[in-house]
Write a protein that binds this ligand. Sequence first.
Ligand code: DGL
Length: 273
Amino acid sequence: MAVGIFDSGLGGLTVLNAVTGRLPDTALVYFGDNAHAPYGVRDADDIYQLTTRGVQCLFDEGCDLVILACNTASAAALRRMQESWVPKDKRVLGVFVPLIEALTERKWGDNSPPRPVAVETVALFATPATVSSRAFQRELAFRAIGVDVEAQPCAGVVDAIEMGDMILADALVRSHVEALLRRMPKPQAAILGCTHYPLVEEVFRDALGPDVAVYSQPDLVAEALADYLARHPDKRGGGSGSKFLTTGNPKSVSNKATQFLRRRIEFQKAEMP
Ligand code: DGL
């Protein structure tokens, strides 16, 4: 038994890396649906079908707890999965809430009414599917009032990263930041709302300038997971180490993952149900 980490491709490795650092004794199984990435240009039903098939693979690997380390799946599929698909003895958690808790300086379980918070202008960078779902704004509205969110659908960035074309990814990030800053010239905070974006975080920071507080998910999600496992130790599972599964080509996915994480990662071929 292990904790499962799901993404459409390589982005969730940024979360896996942070979780490995924060919880080194927790066994992890990573599932990247590289054959079907990017998810961010698909419709909600398609994302739901692919996500449930991938998460089923992780259940079959013995994971009782799966983290959707994918904002697109968290935005477009998680609620439907929790309402009608996840078996009673399993849990599937998304990656939005830790980010919003950090932004609004709220603690888990604080169910008090929404209130004004320090941050009033927020730039959201995410995939087209995440932006059009408005899931981020919905979750934020449960906790905070008076926050102006300007969202930029960052078409092409995930494809470029999946292809390993970091020059293209760099250029696309800069043009998306520029487009957003034309509409909101001085955001106080920026949300990197896609788990692929920490791989180009320095480009976002550089393009946004030093006055914008950048919120990136991996450490926040790892901390929230540590907190969750302290409250639900039965979901941690036994064993140690990590296993990596991909629906793509294991050799090329392993090479790109090794390049991103700067340590050798070996993927095995996963068969989706
Ligand atoms: N890492 C996924 C996310 O956080 C990327 C989605 C995609 O495949 O477009 O949204």
